[in-house]
Every structure is written in structure tokens, then in C-alpha cells.
Design a protein around this ligand. Structure first.
Ligand SMILES: CC(C)(COP(=O)(O)OP(=O)(O)OC[C@H]1O[C@@H](n2cnc3c(N)ncnc32)[C@H](O)[C@@H]1OP(=O)(O)O)[C@@H](O)C(=O)NCCC(=O)NCCS
Length: 381
């Protein structure tokens, strides 16, 4: 039987869309997300992405059975900022069969073409700052929060579908309890930031998290805007991100570096909620909520998420000071391990910093691209 693709209509289809990875990845290192969270995320009126984007969801069926899924989306905020015409695809899951992937990608492509896009980039769910990329290395390791995990055949099928590599994202394993591995240059450079320039580090506050997130946004917009795939945060995105950060608030790991009272750098690491989700098995009931309540006792690792310095203060040791602060926190908290993930392969400054911290490159994800307009040039620099 050939593959039938249809748009997700109604609750039954959405349930099939959410359930597919639960079936495909059972018994693997994949960690089930909370189903409720996935439903909310995919509900257009509840997800901030839809204040500046549009998306369509599709299912692939064979003999009536769901065998694949994909979304196609346009982020108008992204395109406006970059003056681009990108379309994107995401939430890609499929059984190991080329016909399924080809049909899914062709459907997303047709949707993007109809929106006037000159290319289709992905997978992204829905943006690069959410889950993004096909995992191509590190399959034996559990994913940390918001890291995608898929079996090795995904890469082979995407390559065979004719998708081209746009960018690889690195995942570094970091033992923040082990100072022996740290290049001695880092504490020296960090010390300089404090003594020569007078940089201080404070923590974000739970009560004032929204205003601290405004500070984060200022740094993010200035420091990251030249990074490939940079997505500007809208006010609605920032509200949503603040809410997520509240749910996993961990004062120690939300850092702001200041000079003369002005924010010049931020670092946000997130305790790995996946360790809790692993026990919840996708459900709040009967015991899921209990694991969430005792999450502080379960989580012993963090995901180093965002770390950025205002361009005019780079190379002054501020980042090194924040790196060393991670080691100080690890020494007094339960979380002593971590991963720094989604670091662009071309982000030399950050990759160098991680090497100096003694981190090991253990995971890799690939963002693919398909050009739709003959005049379009590949996006990788
Ligand atoms: C990545 C980033 C935070 C680095 O900031 P930075 O201010 O350049 O870093 P610092 O000055 O604190 O530390 C770097 C210094 O540590 C030392 N150092 C770092 N890694 C080193 C290594 N592997 N070997 C030797 N020395 C090293 C060097 O002295 C280096 O100084 P230099 O850059 O002038 O050569 C900054 O480039 C940035 O904000 N980028 C945009 C945001 C981003 O992409 N973040 C990462 C993804 S989350």
C-alpha cells in the first residue's frame, strides 16, 4: 500500500501525532516528554510561536496506521529580521522506510512553496531554540531536556531524501565537579575579569524573573544576533520562556554578570528535567506529579543553555568568569555534571571555551536544508 498523507484534523489525529514517538522509540535512550505539555505546545492559541508564525501538521499513514509525522512552518519574525524567505519543517518522526520520509518532506515542501519560501530548513520544533536537528552522533546517551533523540536511520533516510547539510550542532559532556580537567588559563582569565575590570556575578531572582529576562533578552539580541539561525525573541516568546524557567527555577544556575550595575553577560543552565520525565513516563498520573515535586532530589545534571557576553565586553574574561562560576556552583549543589548542547559547529569561541573546561564532544545534531528556488543559495556560511 502506498503512503497517504493528511493534515492533522481534530483531537484524534493530534493524539496520533503526539503518540508516534512513544511507539517508535520505546526501549531506547529516548525520554518521553510529558504528553500534556506536548498537547499544550502544539495548541496554536497557547504557543507564543503562533504570534509570529504559522504551521501545518501532517500524518503519514499506511493501511490506516500512522507511520510518520511532520510539520511545515514559517516564522515571520525570523524572516523579517533576516530579510529571508525561509520555510521550516519539524517534529519529524518516521518508521524506517524511505517512501515515508520522501512523502513527508514532499508535503512540507509543497506547503512551504505555497507560502512563497525559497528553502525549507529543519527539523526545528518550531524554532532552532526549541528542539532542533536530526541526531547523527551520540545515540547511546540519554537526551537532556529539549535535546532531540532519534535512531541512526533518520540521518540515512534524510540524506537519501536529498536533503543537504546546513549546519551541525555540537553537544559537549561537561564534568563540572572536576577542576583537574580545566585549562589553567581559564581561572587566570576569569580572575582578570574580576580584578582588572571589576566584573561581578549575581543571581536572577524568582520574584523578578520577568525583569531579569528582559536583561537576558538585551544580551541575547546583541550577542547572538550574528549567530547562524538566530531567532529574535518577541515579548510573547519571552513571557513563555519566563514561565518555563519558573517551572524549573534554580537560583544557582541563572547568572547575570554586571559591570557598574549594568548587565554585560548572562548564563542560564537548566537542571535536567528529563531525569524527572524519565520516571514520569509521559504522564502526571498516577505518580508523575510526585516525581515532579521531588525533582530536586532526582536531578544531578544541568544543561548549559545560554551563555553570552555583550560584544563590547568579549575577550575580557567575562565568559571565563561565568564558566568558573559553574564549577563553584557544582561544588555545593547536587548537580555536578552537565552538557552544553546546540553549540554551532562554527562557534569557535564557545567550542574553544568548552575544550578549555575539559568538556568532551559526545553528541551531534544536523540541521538540513532543501532549496526550493533556483536562485536561492545554501544558507551555511
Ligand atoms: C562564546 C562567548 C561567550 C565567549 O566570550 P569571550 O568574552 O570571548 O570569552 P572570554 O574572554 O571570557 O574567554 C575567552 C578567553 O579564554 C581563553 N581561552 C578560552 N578557550 C581557550 C582554549 N581552548 N585555549 C586557550 N585559551 C582559551 C583565551 O584567553 C580567550 O581569550 P580570547 O578570546 O581573547 O582568545 C562569546 O563569544 C559570545 O557571547 N558569543 C555569542 C553568544 C554565543 O554564541 N554563546 C554560545 C552558545 S550558548
Amino acid at each position: 500500500m502506498s503512503i497517504e498523507i493528511s493534515a492533522v484534523k481534530g483531537r484524534g489525529d493530534l493524539r496520533e501525532f503526539v503518540e508516534l514517538p512513544f511507539r517508535l522509540h520505546r526501549g531506547t535512550p529516548w525520554i518521553p516528554p510529558l504528553r500534556l505539555e506536548r498537547y499544550l505546545f502544539l495548541t496554536r492559541r497557547l504557543n507564543a510561536f503562533f504570534t509570529h508564525g504559522q504551521a501545518a501538521y501532517f500524518l503519514a499513514r499506511r493501511d490506516g496506521r500512522v507511520v510518520g509525522r511532520i510539520t511545515a512552518q514559517v516564522d515571520f519574525g525570523y524572516n523579517q529580521f533576516h530579510r529571508s524567505r525561509w520555510g521550516m519543517f519539524g517534529f519529524l518522526e518516521f518508521e524506517d522506510d524511505q517512501e515515508i520520509v520522501d512523502a513527508l518532506l514532499a508535503t512540507a515542501e509543497a506547503w512551504c512553496r505555497a507560502k512563497g519560501c525559497d528553502r525549507m530548513v529543519g527539523p526545528m520544533c518550531f524554532q532552532i531554540n526549541d528542539e532542533a536537528g536530526v541526531m547523527i552522533d551520540g545515540f547511546e546517551r540519554e537526551p537532556l531536556i529539549r535535546e532531540p533523540w532519534n535512531p541512526p536511520y533518520y540521518q540515512e533516510r534524510c540524506d537519501q531524501a536529498g536533503l543537504a547539510k546546513a549546519m551541525d550542532l555540537f553537544g559537549w559532556d561537561l564534568d563540572i565537579s572536576d577542576r583537574e580537567r580545566v585549562d589553567p588559563i581559564l581561572p587566570r582569565v576569569a580572575e582578570r575579569a574580576h580584578t582588572k575590570y571589576g566584573v561581578t556575578i549575581r543571581r536572577m531572582s524568582r520574584r523578578h524573573l520577568r525583569s531579569d529576562m528582559e536583561e537576558f533578552a538585551k544580551i541575547y539580541n546583541a550577542a547572538w544576533s550574528h549567530n547562524w539561525g538566530f531567532v529574535p525573541y518577541s515579548e510573547a516568546d519571552l513571557d513563555a520562556y519566563t514561565l518555563e524557567m519558573q517551572l524549573v527555577f534554580s537560583r544557582d544556575w541563572y547568572m547575570i554578570a554586571e559591570l557598574d550595575g549594568q548587565t554585560i553577560a548572562v548564563a542560564i543552565s537548566i537542571p535536567d528535567v528529563n531525569q524527572v520525565q524519565k520516571r514520569m513516563q509521559g504522564r502526571l498520573l498516577p505518580l508523575g506529579w510526585f516525581y515532579y515535586l521531588i525533582r530536586g532530589r532526582i536531578m544531578d545534571r544541568v544543561r548549559v543553555g545560554f551563555l553570552g557576553v555583550l560584544p563590547e565586553y568579549q575577550h575580557t574574561g567575562v565568559a571565563a568568569a561565568l564558566y568558573m562560576e559553574h564549577f563553584d556552583v557544582a561544588a555545593r549543589s547536587r548537580q555536578s555534571k552537565g552538557e552544553a548542547s546546540f553549540i554551532l559547529e562554527i562557534n569557535t569561541a564557545m567550542n574553544r571555551g568548552l575544550e578549555a573546561m575539559g568538556a568532551r564532544l559526545v553528541k551531534r545534531w544536523r540541521i538540513y536544508e532543501r532549496l526550493l528556488d533556483p536562485a536561492a543559495k545554501p544558507s551555511a556560511p
